[in-house]
Write a protein that binds this ligand. Structure first.
Ligand SMILES: O=P(O)(O)OC[C@H]1O[C@H](OP(=O)(O)OP(=O)(O)O)[C@H](O)[C@@H]1O
Ligand SMILES: O=c1cc[nH]c(=O)[nH]1
Ligand SMILES: [Mg+2]
Length: 209
């Protein structure tokens, strides 16, 4: 699918399989969520370009590639996205972290916004929006619209699992935003959960069910 990057690396797929298994408990699910986030974040940053800085190696001076001048913004969608920003920030500690609070109304499945706080100069940042699940696409679309209202321009969306419906809707509303996902599942069920899926990502990460 155009603008969708399926990360089908065997290690990524292996970790995702353990996460999908309903017998995997909270501790392991959270650990795997962090590992998967770092692997996906690594792929989503592949397009970044290095600048160069003068350093002294033990042997000589050199002009060496760096990301330290690059403005990066990690934007988790609360709650489930938090595990992703924590994990990816370990790779790029100079990244700024903003938050968007959204939850799906249990009846309508529409996203309800309850919080937002962003770093300054979003327009100059490479922005990574993080949420494990792209289901109907409602939450991702709302988050991207809010970010664009705050000036964000260069945005990537990173998730563990996507439904075909969510991908199509997100591309329709935000064709400039590439999606990075470890899997594209079959469908949504009558409650708009991804099937086969992994269940409710937030509940599995935080042990709330
Ligand atoms: O594509 P959509 O149909 O909008 O569904 C995806 C959203 O649903 C989940 O959040 P949830 O509402 O469960 O909130 P939580 O992270 O607080 O559990 C998930 O983490 C996404 O944000
Ligand atoms: O399958 C789904 C759909 C939305 N949110 C989740 O956490 N899981
Ligand atoms: Mg949830």
């Amino acid at each position: 699918m155009k603008n969708t990057h399926l990360i089908n690396h065997p290690l990524v797929q292996h970790k995702l399989t353990i996460m999908r298994d309903k017998n995997t408990g909270t501790k392991q699910f959270r650990e795997l969520s962090k590992e998967l986030s770092q692997l996906l974040g690594y792929e989503a940053m592949r397009h970044l370009t290095n600048s160069y800085m003068e350093i002294d190696t033990p042997l000589t001076k050199m002009s060496a590639p760096t990301l330290s001048g690059k403005k990066l913004a990690l934007i988790p969608i609360l709650r489930a996205g938090l595990v992703m920003s924590d994990a990816i920030a370990d790779f790029v500690p100079h990244a700024k972290i903003g938050h968007i609070g959204l939850y799906r109304d249990p009846e309508t499945h529409l996203p309800i916004e309850y919080y937002s706080k962003f770093p300054t100069e979003l327009d100059l940042c490479e922005v990574f929006v993080l949420d494990p699940m792209l289901a109907t696409g409602g939450s991702a679309i709302a988050a991207l619209s809010i970010l664009k209202e705050h000036g964000a321009k260069n945005i990537k969306f990173v998730c563990f699992l996507a439904a075909p419906e969510g991908i199509a809707k997100l591309h329709e509303s935000h064709p400039d935003v590439d999606i990075y996902t470890a899997a594209i599942d079959e469908k949504l069920n009558e409650n708009s959960y991804i099937v086969p899926g992994l269940g409710d990502a937030g509940d599995r990460i935080f042990g709330t069910k």
